[in-house]
Design a protein around this ligand. Structure first.
Ligand SMILES: O=C(O)CCC(=O)C(=O)O
Ligand SMILES: [Fe+2]
Length: 254
């Protein structure tokens, strides 16, 4: 006998097959509200296992909160530079999903995606070598200025079972942490020089995003899912305080 949940998933199976194809082909896809009818978690389970976030819970609300007005943080209305999620993870979550409850109505607040592997190919040979060979210490705190801090030292372009695993953080390369505090942002003396490879990479990624990123304004009720081992994402600033998405991290066996 089928439960309601089984029937729900069976009904959307063709849509999910098409979405999986697109996810593998272009690195991202958008699921329609109908594909989420069996329940967001049940649908996401068809892509991977939901894993806990920095707060220990398996969801994170991307919604502006007081106290983060000056930092490039998910719970602010500020833009966030090009990054991959959880670069301190070994491995980082394979997929990232954003379920949109209410999109910004101000014409901004796009989630922007670009191919990290293509970005690496656009670099000069010296930086390409740096990206593949030089270990970089990634550091992440749960929230700006918080403790504890997690770190991992690995090259930017690594691999997991033969697949590329790309780690990147504009914030980390410029300000020393995935979630820089206001003090770190203000501390010009602590800033590495413009010729340092990590600073050049951050600047080049921002420029690459200007010309190559796909801006996605996830419609209300839809879910954007992308390959976090391959794509870099960023967010444009917005003013609408009601913008609200729920973020999920998924892990796969391979
Ligand atoms: O708000 C967004 O569109 C994405 C923010 C972000 O980078 C994240 O939640 O991982
Ligand atoms: Fe992110």
């Amino acid at each position: 006998m089928h439960s309601t949940l089984d029937i729900g998933i069976a009904e959307v199976a063709p849509q999910l097959d098409a979405a999986r194809d697109e996810l593998h082909r272009q690195g991202w896809t958008v699921l329609l509200p109908q594909a989420l009818e069996p329940g967001v978690r049940a649908t996401l389970a068809q892509f991977g296992a939901i894993v806990p976030q920095y707060n220990g819970q398996d969801t994170w609300e991307v919604k502006a909160k007081p106290g983060f007005e000056k930092v490039p943080y998910s719970q602010s209305r500020n833009g966030i530079g090009p990054h991959t999620e959880v670069p301190v993870g070994a491995p980082p979550p394979r997929y990232l999903a954003l379920h949109c409850h209410r999109q910004a109505r101000c014409g901004q607040g796009h989630t922007r995606l670009a191919d990290g592997v293509a970005f690496c190919s656009s670099l000069d040979p010296e930086l390409q070598r740096f990206v593949r060979e030089t270990p970089v210490t990634f550091a992440a705190t749960l929230a700006p200025g918080a403790t504890p801090r997690q770190t991992l030292t690995v090259p930017i372009m690594g691999s997991d079972g033969g697949r590329p695993v790309f780690r990147f953080s504009y914030n980390q390369f410029l300000y020393g942490d995935v979630n820089p505090s206001e003090a770190a942002l203000d501390d010009a003396s602590a800033r590495p020089d413009a010729n340092a490879p990590l600073v050049r990479l951050a600047t080049l990624a921002a420029a690459y995003f200007e010309s190559h990123a796909v801006p996605v304004l996830i419609p209300d009720g839809h879910l954007l899912i992308w390959d976090n081992h391959r794509l870099i994402h960023s967010r444009s600033a917005f003013s609408d305080p009601e913008r609200h998405l729920t973020r999920y991290w998924l892990q796969t066996a391979h």
